[in-house]
Design a protein around this ligand. Structure first.
Ligand code: GLY
Length: 263
């Protein structure tokens, strides 16, 4: 049996005062994984806790776009090669649940009104998402990576998008290899300035380097130092095939937490 584990973050820049909120999300994942639940279930339910917590820029606490709208992105990927992502969803308090439904569909991603119609047809919660005005210290994105007893890994991410972005802008969270990447033996999630993360193809490059033998933490450090342009605040969480997860940021303000079952 593989040791189950989870790692989560509350966004680059969210600050240490969000640490208890992150620990609550990791505790949810731990509860599910300890009782034999799957990596997907643990990642989704843990992510829902973060989407429902108004202090995070995801779900309920998402920051307004420049026109005052609240548009939500979310993604999930598994180590057995499935993925689902949604882009710019309105009136959807938990977009990660819609993304997760796509894991077993013939399509990977949905956007805008089409995503919402698809969710309506399947009975996903529809309701206003309050959101909040962006301000300097508002961070961005939540993410969870989990590993279950079978060794399966899943990564779930969710965001209202970086502050001061227009409607229609697409960030890293719903883009494979950018805000998330999972393959056998590794899962990676990113947070921070989505444009910089996307240009670096950040999550894929961390995974590729670590699988190539450079080690998880070393690969994360390399990616932050060598692939992310200077000045862009970015953080990463990652989980390999054994042991606890790791969080690393190029600024001191990314709350993150990990849990790993005893041997
Ligand atoms: N990292 C989230 C975004 O740029 O939208």
């Amino acid at each position: 049996m593989v040791q189950p584990a989870a790692v989560a973050h509350g966004g680059a820049g969210a600050g240490p005062e969000r640490q208890p909120n992150i620990e609550a999300a990791v505790a949810k994942a731990a509860e599910i994984l300890s009782s034999g639940g799957s990596a997907v279930e643990a990642a989704v339910e843990s992510c829902v806790i973060l989407e429902d917590d108004p202090v995070f820029n995801a779900g309920t606490g998402s920051v307004f776009r420049t026109d005052g709208s609240v548009l939500l992105d979310a993604s999930i990927q598994t180590s057995d090669g499935k993925m689902g992502f949604v882009i710019a969803m309105e009136n959807t308090p938990n977009p990660i649940r819609v993304a997760a439904e796509l894991l077993d569909e013939g399509i990977n991603g949905l956007t805008g009104g089409g995503a919402r119609n698809w969710a309506d047809e399947r009975g996903f919660d529809r309701g206003p998402v309050e959101g909040r005005p962006p301000h300097d210290e508002v961070s961005d994105t939540v993410g969870v990576v989990t590993r279950d007893r079978t060794g399966a890994i899943a990564c779930a991410t969710s965001t209202g998008g970086c502050s001061n972005r227009p409607p229609g802008r697409v960030g890293d969270v719903p883009l494979p290899g950018c805000g998330f990447w999972v393959q056998e033996g590794i899962g990676v999630g990113a947070t921070g300035i989505g444009e910089a993360i996307t240009r670096a193809l950040l999550s894929f490059r961390v995974a590729d380097r670590a699988i190539g033998g450079d080690g998880l933490e070393e690969s994360m450090r390399w990616a932050l130092e060598e692939t992310v342009e200077e000045g862009a605040e970015v953080g990463i969480i990652a989980l390999g095939s054994e042991g606890p997860g790791i969080g690393l940021s190029n600024r001191p303000n990314m709350p993150w937490a990990t849990w790993c079952a005893d041997e």
